[in-house]
Design a protein around this ligand. Structure first.
Ligand code: G3I
Length: 344
């Protein structure tokens, strides 16, 4: 009897895996045209303008742009009182010419800071002046061109406590509130976001962030939205966790940005090739994420942004030093099943 049940379960399981044929398609129509909310990509200034297929995909498939790196302090603010706008302005010009929304990433983070900030030895008042000057100079420079900002990125630890960043060390825990107030002073029209990772899979961290957001709103701090980065994989999180997370975030009434989506197919770092089974699992995971996002109230849908365009540009390969294929277009800029399942 037991063997019969196991056989039945195996047959049912196999049938489920072959639920629909691997999707093939062309990218003739822009992906963003299939959705009522902005569909964006993180754009690298290393890749843009080199005359590859990257340029056309960046211009045509997406109607929102997030700078992958060129708006970060190490790029914009290379020295005390010294700002470098050329690359960031070029990306702003590109997005404007392509009629794309521009989302600013990131004003305050504990990574990609210029050396002089790490070495800064001022008083607490000097630190606050540095902090305020950076935020307000950058936000004012892009006023009217940037629709929304990641004001603070990754300020919470996995256990829900505040990360001991250079900013917390020198300005105290109120640096988050100050960042939002300074940004709002510089551009009252811009939507201001808090952005973080693992909010889909770590309820302790998520609930700490949501509690902090509620407190900020009660105190009249101008926080308008939450960015869930969504660096996920075919193994994690489960679909039930995604549904639970978006359901909890929806209760805040805030704008919701799936801000840095990629779906790793090799999270365990094995030697893999992107076979049919992996690409189908990636497509199915991404389809569930986007369909769940589509169920949110329309006025909370700030949009979805993929963290890159082609697998060959993904940060994951560089950072983890592993083979992976997490994005919508393959190494030859061809649409993958993950693209095709969304472009319908
Ligand atoms: O451009 C230089 C190159 O000239 C130099 O030869 C090379 C060797 O060091 O470095 C290159 O810069 C790298 C840059 O990416 C551009 O590729 C930096 O080293 C590298 O640290 C930087 O990594 C970025 C990472 O943030 C930094 O933590 C990734 O591109 C970027 O995708 C990633 O994005 C972050 C988000 O901003 C926040 N959320 C997490 C996400 C993934 O880490």
């Amino acid at each position: 009897m037991l063997r019969f049940c196991l056989l039945l379960l195996t047959l049912v399981g196999l049938a489920a895996c072959q639920k629909e044929p691997l999707t093939q398609c062309d990218a003739a129509q822009p992906l963003h045209g299939y959705y009522p909310f902005p569909v964006g990509a993180a754009i690298s200034m290393i890749e843009l303008g080199r005359g590859t297929a990257y340029d056309e995909l960046a211009r045509r498939q997406f109607n929102s742009v997030t700078p992958e790196n060129c708006f970060k302090p190490s790029y914009l603010h290379p020295g005390p009182g010294q700002y470098y706008w050329a690359e960031a302005d070029a990306l702003a010009d590109f997005s404007q010419a392509s009629n794309q929304r521009l989302h600013g990433h990131v004003l305050i983070w504990h990574q990609q800071l210029p050396g002089w900030m790490w070495a800064f030895a001022g008083s607490p008042a000097d630190w606050e002046a540095l902090f305020k000057d950076h935020i307000q100079t950058v936000v004012r420079h892009f006023r009217g061109r940037v629709a929304g900002w990641d004001v603070v990125n990754e300020a919470f630890e996995a256990d829900g406590t505040l990360r001991s960043t250079i900013w917390k060390q020198h300005l105290g825990a109120t640096y988050l509130e100050k960042a939002f107030r300074y940004a709002h002073e510089a551009d009252p029209e811009a939507l201001l976001f808090y952005n973080d990772y693992d909010l889909d899979s770590n309820p302790v961290k998520r609930r700490a962030v949501l509690s902090w957001l509620r407190t900020m709103r009660q105190r009249g701090v101008p926080v308008h939205g939450l960015g869930l980065q969504m660096h996920i994989s075919i193994l994690n999180p489960e679909n039930t966790q995604i549904a639970e997370a978006l359901g909890e975030v929806q209760q805040t009434g805030l704008k919701i940005h799936l801000s840095e989506i990629d779906v790793a197919v090799n999270p365990l770092g094995k030697a893999v090739t992107p076979n049919r089974e992996l690409l189908q699992r990636q497509a199915d995971k991404l389809a569930f994420l986007v369909r769940t996002y589509q169920e949110l109230p329309r006025d909370q849908q700030y949009g979805i942004t993929f963290w890159g365009i082609s697998d060959q540009n993904t940060w994951i390969r560089r950072y983890f030093q592993r083979d992976d294929y997490p994005l919508l277009f393959d190494d030859n800029y061809q649409p993958k099943p993950a693209y095709c399942i969304l472009a319908r």
